[in-house]
Design a protein around this ligand. Structure first.
Ligand SMILES: [Zn+2]
Length: 486
């Protein structure tokens, strides 16, 4: 483990962000729980994400089941294709992913068996055991996307049969990893935030809002090049590096969202999947990757053109036609064929791995520095994702300072500012505690407060302090509630 990851995960456990699930029973790899501050951070990111796509793009959110019946995954291809190769150690019976080990067992050096296919879905049964697999076999979803595809007919009607439209979903997904050893980066249960954008195939080349993002500069690693290049989305689409405006538009939006929540652009790139690496459903796929000090380049968002794979497959399997009639005037190509046609909509999908994004945020915002001979650990989280927005601290744990501080604390909460009250230990120690959890501002109540109703606000990053009157506080601090669009 690199020192940085150790430091970050130690802080995450100690200060209530994230820790191993079932800890008192020794834990189980691939499962983590979020503590009070981790949950607050996660909810803020999810809320910003929802706003970004609902308010920003006009998409609606739905919530579908996390358990899916067998025919869904027969149609989606997950039963057949969602596989890893597994090897078993003949001595210690350890199981490993074939592509993660050499010829010998990494634990005991024993001989390994030949690779076997292993399906990554968790399987269960619905109701009492029955021989009818189609009815009784169920799987925990490996992605939230299928819930949006199988509901397409109703969603289309909801949108008055008009394309394009987008649907989002945030929720748990599951992947029965053979032997996960990368902490929170490779989880068996995780949170996805996914958008599925349904668009007619001949309309993918023009996105109506492309002009808004065309000058966004991105770092790209196409699969036919050895080097990365940095260019605008407009240039990348014109040169056919990115296949069409729809994909380019959503890649640029992904970058804008990640930047807004605090992923440093210097540690972000988009890597195009190799042909043989793409998921079974993908026509084209770019991963937004974060450069981790511990794990190297890590996928945090996938942006895929899934083509018509899923709607076509479910139409066949469910015998429910999900194609759309297209009038001849809509497409020159179809005019040539001079008959009424129907086509399957295509799907553009940005799929965000929320847990990995949280790790990326913690790793990149964590700083350890020496201040006046003491170690200062600080999380430089953006103000709008910080779990605690303001700390209210009486200079000393003494009346009447404590009483006054409690008043200010309650007043801020009434203004919907999430404040924490802390009176224990020296003021220096309390500042350091707040720095560690990323609290952007500390308000100190001192003896001057009692005279003229003013307090100091200390800024986490510059450690500078300004004096303001209590009545001004809610307005001054409103920047902590800054919207993602600000
Ligand atoms: Zn072994």
């Amino acid at each position: 483990m690199s020192k940085k990851e150790e430091d970050v995960m130690e802080l995450a456990r100690r200060r209530g962000f994230i820790w191993a699930a079932f800890e008192i029973y020794g834990g189980a790899s691939g499962f983590f729980d979020y503590g009070p501050l981790g949950t607050a951070l996660k909810k803020k990111i999810e809320t910003l994400w929802r706003e970004f796509y609902t308010l920003g793009e006009g998409f609606y959110e739905i919530e579908t089941t996390t358990l899916g019946i067998r025919p869904i995954f027969e149609a989606s291809g997950h039963l057949e294709c969602f596989m890893d190769k597994m090897v078993e150690c003949k001595s210690c019976r350890g199981l490993f992913r074939a592509d993660h080990v050499g010829e010998r067992c990494p634990d005991c050096g024993g001989e390994l068996s030949g690779p076997q296919d292993f399906n990554l879905m968790f399987k269960t049964r619905i109701g009492a055991v029955s021989d009818d697999k189609a009815r009784s076999e169920a799987f925990l979803r490996p992605e939230t996307a299928q819930g949006m595809f199988v509901n397409f007919p109703r969603l289309l009607r909801f949108h008055r049969n008009k394309l394009p439209f987008g649907i989002i979903q945030v929720g748990r997904a599951y992947r029965n990893e053979i032997s996960p050893r990368q902490g929170i980066i490779r989880l068996r249960e995780f949170t996805l935030a996914e958008a599925e954008v349904f668009v007619l195939p001949h309309e993918k080349s023009k996105h109506p809002r492309f002009h808004e993002v065309e000058s966004v500069t991105m770092r790209l690693k196409p699969n036919y090049m050895d080097e990365e290049l940095e260019t605008t989305v407009k240039d990348a689409v014109e040169r056919k590096i990115i296949t069409h405006e729809y994909l380019g538009y959503h890649m640029a939006r992904v970058q804008q969202f990640l930047e807004k929540i605090g992923i440093p652009l210097a540690k972000l790139r988009f890597r195009q999947h190799e042909r043989d690496e793409m998921a079974h459903y993908a026509e084209d796929c770019w991963d937004a990757e974060f450069l981790s000090e511990r794990f190297g380049w890590v996928e945090i968002v996938g942006v895929a053109d899934r083509g018509d794979y899923d709607l076509r497959a479910h139409s066949l399997k469910a015998k429910a036609d999900m194609s759309i009639p297209v009038t001849a005037s809509k497409s020159e190509k179809m005019e040539e064929e001079s008959r009424s046609l129907s086509v399957f909509p295509h799907v553009i999908e940005p799929s965000y791995g929320i847990d990995r994004i949280i790790y990326a945020l913690l790793e990149s915002s964590f700083h350890k520095e020496e201040v006046r001979g003491e170690v200062r650990r600080v999380l430089r989280l953006k103000t709008h994702v910080a779990p605690v927005e303001v700390a209210v601290l009486p200079l000393l744990n003494r009346e009447p300072l404590v009483n006054k501080a409690r008043e200010v604390f309650q007043m801020l909460r009434r203004h919907r500012i999430f404040a924490e009250f802390d009176a224990s230990g020296s003021i220096g120690r309390r500042y350091r505690r707040q720095d560690e959890i990323g609290t952007p501002f500390c308000i100190t109540i001192d003896y001057e407060t009692l005279e003229n109703d003013t307090v100091t606000i200390r800024d986490r990053d510059s450690m500078k302090q300004v004096r303001v009157s209590i009545s001004e506080l809610p307005a001054k601090l409103s920047c902590v509630c800054e919207s993602i669009f600000a």
